[in-house]
Design a protein around this ligand. Structure first.
Ligand code: BTN
Length: 271
């Protein structure tokens, strides 16, 4: 594994992250680096996009201790104070076939990483959320670029709240961290390592066309969200329905007054 930082603006990977990564190097598959670590960036996704544009290989990883402009889906802010979470982005160069289930596959992987490290079983909420009970612990932000076939890449960003922190008011009642839930300190290096190992495993499954295994694992981890009521907007009209599950393309299946509907993108409100 390539643990060296070649960028002048990045510091050496701290020991608490480097040691477990090095020990797991044979399990990291295609996520074997190079790794760049920064004390602070605007967004690890932006840093990874810049690297991918310069030709960074698949498996290049950007990690930051804090982000000043961390973002979630739909441009929402991702609260990223220093040393309180895992803020990581990976450069992937998947084929078109591996793209559609990528976010779900990474959800399955992060659940496995957290389970192996802490014993906590997360709930997955379509399409990209990691929950513990009714509170959000983390999320996935996959951003694809396909300007031309040569530079096609996906930046796979994920954030997991590790330490207690004061959350912005708008998410305070809805957010949690691993340490809030467990009541003890979590080994960040181990968590990062097990998440990357699990992502590499799920990504291999995707590339081999083993999507049924991913879908099955995702459904099992999301069962408690099935039966929930959701609202969404389509054009001018507002819809409401009950979640039935996901189909084999990863789209959400919802029962509404208008019948059974498939939602493959867009903003949902869980009620
Ligand atoms: C979401 O829940 O909407 C997704 C949150 C993703 C946050 C991570 S933190 C690392 C990476 N860099 C970002 O700016 N966002 C992702």
């Amino acid at each position: 594994m390539n643990l060296f930082n070649s960028s002048p603006s990045s510091n050496f990977l701290p020991d608490d992250l480097a040691r477990p990564l090095q020990a797991a190097s044979s399990r990291l598959g295609c996520l074997a680096g190079p790794i760049r670590w920064y004390p602070e960036v605007a967004s690890t996704n932006d840093t990874a996009i810049a690297l991918a544009e310069q030709g960074a290989p698949e498996g290049s990883i950007v990690i930051a201790d804090s982000q000043t402009a961390g973002r979630g889906r739909f441009g929402r802010r991702w609260h990223s104070p220093a040393s309180c979470g895992l803020y990581t982005s990976v450069v992937l160069r998947p084929t078109k076939d591996a793209l559609s289930l990528l976010t779900l596959a990474v959800g399955v992987a992060l659940r496995e990483g957290v389970l192996v490290t802490t014993g906590l079983a997360l709930v997955l909420k379509w399409p990209n959320d990691l929950f513990i009970g009714k509170r959000k612990l983390g999320g996935v932000l996959a951003e694809a670029c396909s300007k031309n076939t040569e530079s096609q890449y996906v930046i796979l960003g994920f954030g997991i709240n590790i330490q207690n922190t004061v959350y912005p008011q708008e998410i305070a009642s809805n957010a949690t961290s691993l340490e809030d839930e467990l009541g003890y300190q979590v080994d960040k290096g181990l968590l990062l390592t097990e998440c990357l190992v699990a992502i590499s495993k799920q990504y291999e499954l995707l590339k081999n066309g083993s999507s049924q295994a991913i879908l099955e694992n995702w459904r099992q981890a999301a069962t408690s969200t099935f039966g929930s009521t959701v609202e969404w907007t389509e054009g001018e009209s507002q819809h409401r329905g009950v979640v039935d599950g996901i189909d084999d393309s990863g789209a959400l299946l919802v029962r509404s007054k208008a019948g059974s509907m498939r939602i493959s993108s867009g903003q949902l409100r869980w009620l």
